[in-house]
Design a protein around this ligand. Structure first.
Ligand code: AHR
Length: 664
């Protein structure tokens, strides 16, 4: 008997896990179906004023004997740079909703103190504030993600923080920033409108929060060309009613909706466990699959174009604190079991990258499932760090839909699939397959059938250890890390891999993606695009092929203003895109209202619906030559705008240049 569990829908294709009693593990990996980008922001981290995360873990001050740059410890920054952290969330967590940002600017000796009521009741002296956090992000080369205070702050306070950070106008806030030593705005994009407002952030009901979020949001302005990506408070775990209400009330007026879900074993030790503890934690981790699927289904009802991201911006294990440490500081060790938890969650997020476009593990240093632990001048990298190091190749790569049939891992009459995996192709065409073997005691042989890909060379890496609770300590910092892995062999259809019990493995598959020639050979291409203009009132893109154009012409650029009506019209630009070099091209389609990008008769980006200027992304592998190209757009009420950005081999992100647009 086979049990079919759908774990994700990617571009209409199911990624399935089939638990089979037969001892046969098979993965079908089809490179020709790789379309959806795995946002690098899935690999984000979270830093809160909690225990020794900020203080000691990151901030030691300029006068510390611990090597630092501008007060931020150098060892931690260097380690985090290696895993390419794309964004960092701050200042909380629960702390965010009692944080008043003006207390954390200006001369440090004049900053007022406060009590950190959520985390140990310690005195917070505000020596790490806005400028220090922005310096940290600058040193890390990552995007800041700031959580604003809705619970105990005011709209004015939050709106002024955005102005302080992002405006270059002449204003009291920008003057204040300059007085504090920073001339130019920082251009912060990710903005959390509160944190856990259903709990520590205000104990609100979802409809009350929805109103409040819209109210706050109206005063969070975009300055210059910077577009704030507002992330509204989403559900905890299975609170589907919260998602339903917030999506109904706020809909697409946000960049993202957060989801917080921890793997709870909070009465149990992080290091002292047997197979029952191993199984329990991995079984609980797999719940993330259901959560992401079900919350996404609700979001699909209100946002079928998937323009709102699901941002899993707090996830990870939560155990009893290490003996002898402050219970309010949430300091825990991290073992091979946590490596599996990280590998499984990241595989799940990768497989759901059509909706999950940001995730942040809690937390980056010294708190919960930390990637780094510090003790005064000492620092160790945890098994979870090594998973982030291994998996960084998935950042901004294209997801390769994978269907997996595998044996069950049964313990005490409960069963889970023994394997969990995801696959991607990076911008150089290299495929990476990450596989977790959850089974505590049994190795698994997995047959990977690779379609649409010519393999030239395979190499492997593994994170595993003899003991389930293997971990690094300050005395033995290298007990567990990444090692070379060779237990695989190429076959006629792909590769067979022997996964040791309790392991995280990555195969790097070098080769070439098989792509059919999609170029066309125009006889007499001319510069520009043809356009057809339509009149009508829509809330979504109509089927333009059934309508009659009121005007036709040729445009040298995509433009929705000149010569077009102000309201209630649609336009279809059609022609060819000229590509100079084979490779992966990333597009960003920004519009107010709906739009769609179609290349070679395939929808690359759907940015449909009535909304403000919102950018959606998509990618396509394009060969040198001309390709069929079409952009559809409609304008309902309010403002109007349409911009298409392109980034590809030898091209930085830019508005699509006229030199790439042709027609025949
Ligand atoms: O990460 C620790 C806490 O967990 C955060 O402050 C809060 O948002 C969540 O409940």
């Amino acid at each position: 008997m086979k049990k079919l569990v759908t774990i994700a829908l990617i571009f209409g294709l199911s990624v399935n896990v089939i638990n089979s009693q037969a001892n046969k593990n098979v993965a079908e990996i089809d490179a020709s179906k790789a379309k959806q980008k795995i946002s690098k922001y899935i690999y984000s981290h979270f830093s809160e004023h909690l225990g020794h995360c900020i203080y000691e873990g990151i901030w030691v001050g300029e006068n510390s004997t611990i090597p630092n740059k501008n007060g931020i410890r150098t060892d931690v920054v260097e380690a985090l740079k290696k895993i390419q952290i794309p964004s960092l969330r701050w200042p909380g967590g629960c702390f965010a909703d009692e944080y008043h940002w003006k207390d954390g600017i200006g001369p440090r000796n004049l900053r007022p103190s406060m009590i950190n009521t959520n985390w140990g009741g310690v005195t917070e002296d505000n020596s790490f504030g806005t400028h220090e956090f922005m310096e940290l992000c600058n040193q890390l080369g990552c995007e800041p993600y700031i959580s604003g205070n809705v619970g105990s702050g005011t709209i004015q306070e939050m709106s002024q923080w955005v102005e302080y950070l992002n405006s270059d106008n002449v204003s009291p806030m920008t003057q204040l920033r300059k007085q504090n030593g920073r001339d130019k705005s920082w251009g912060v994009k990710f903005w959390g409108v509160g944190n856990e407002t259903w709990g520590c952030g205000g104990n609100m009901k979802p409809d009350y929060y929805s109103d409040l979020a819209l109210h706050f949001s109206s005063f969070l302005k975009n300055y210059g060309s910077n577009n704030l990506r507002k992330i509204m408070v989403g559900p905890s775990d299975e609170d589907y009613n919260w998602t339903e209400t917030v999506m109904k009330e706020i809909g697409t007026n946000m960049w993202g909706l957060s989801l917080h879900s921890y793997t709870w074993a909070n009465t149990k030790s992080a290091t002292d466990f047997d197979e029952a503890g191993w199984f329990d934690v991995l079984n609980k981790t797999l719940r993330m699959e259901t959560l992401v699927t079900k919350h996404s289904e609700i979001m699909d009802k209100y946002d079928p174009a998937k323009s709102v991201a699901l941002a899993v911006d707090e996830w990870g294990t939560w155990y009893a604190v290490e003996p002898g440490t402050n219970p309010g500081f949430l300091y825990q060790q991290n073992t091979l079991r946590d490596a599996l938890v990280a590998g499984i969650n990241l595989n799940i997020f990768n497989n759901h990258c059509d909706r999950v476009r940001l995730a942040a593990i809690a937390q980056v240093v010294n708190v919960l499932q930390a990637v780094i632990l510090t003790d005064k001048e000492k620092m160790i990298l945890t098994p979870t760090y090594h998973v982030f190091d291994m998996y960084k190749v998935h950042q901004d790569a294209l997801l390769v839909p994978t269907s997996l049939q595998c044996e069950d891992y049964t313990f005490n009459q409960k069963s889970v699939p023994s394997l969990n995996m995801s696959t991607s192709i990076d911008k150089n065409g290299v495929m990476h397959i990450t596989i977790c073997n959850l089974h505590a005691t049994k190795e698994q042989v997995l047959t990977c059938n690779l379609k649409g890909y010519d393999v030239s060379k395979i190499t492997g890496e593994i994170i595993s250890a003899d003991k389930l609770n293997a971990h690094n300590t300050f005395d033995k910092p290298n007990e567990i890390g990444i090692k070379a892995f060779t237990k695989f062999k190429t076959t006629k259809t792909g590769v067979d891999v022997t996964l040791p019990a309790h392991s995280v493995v990555m195969l790097t598959v070098d080769g070439k993606r098989q792509v059919s020639d999609m170029t066309i050979k125009p006889k007499n291409p001319k510069a520009g695009l043809k356009y057809d203009l339509y009149e009508g009132t829509w809330t979504k893109l109509p089927n333009f092929t059934t309508l009659t154009a009121v005007k036709q012409g040729v445009a040298t650029e995509m433009d929705v203003i000149k010569g077009f009506p102000e309201l209630n019209f649609g336009v279809v630009y059609k022609g060819l895109i000229k590509i100079e070099k084979d490779g992966m091209y990333d597009f960003g389609l920004s519009s107010d209202d709906g739009s769609r990008l179609i290349i070679n008769d395939e929808c690359i980006i759907s940015n449909d619906g009535l909304h403000g200027m919102v950018e959606m992304q998509g990618s396509s592998y394009l060969q040198k030559g001309y390709h069929k190209f079409e952009v559809q757009f409609f304008q309902g009420g309010g403002g109007a705008g349409l911009q298409l950005f392109i980034q590809g081999p030898d091209m930085n992100k830019q508005l699509i240049p006229a030199s790439m647009l042709w027609y025949e």
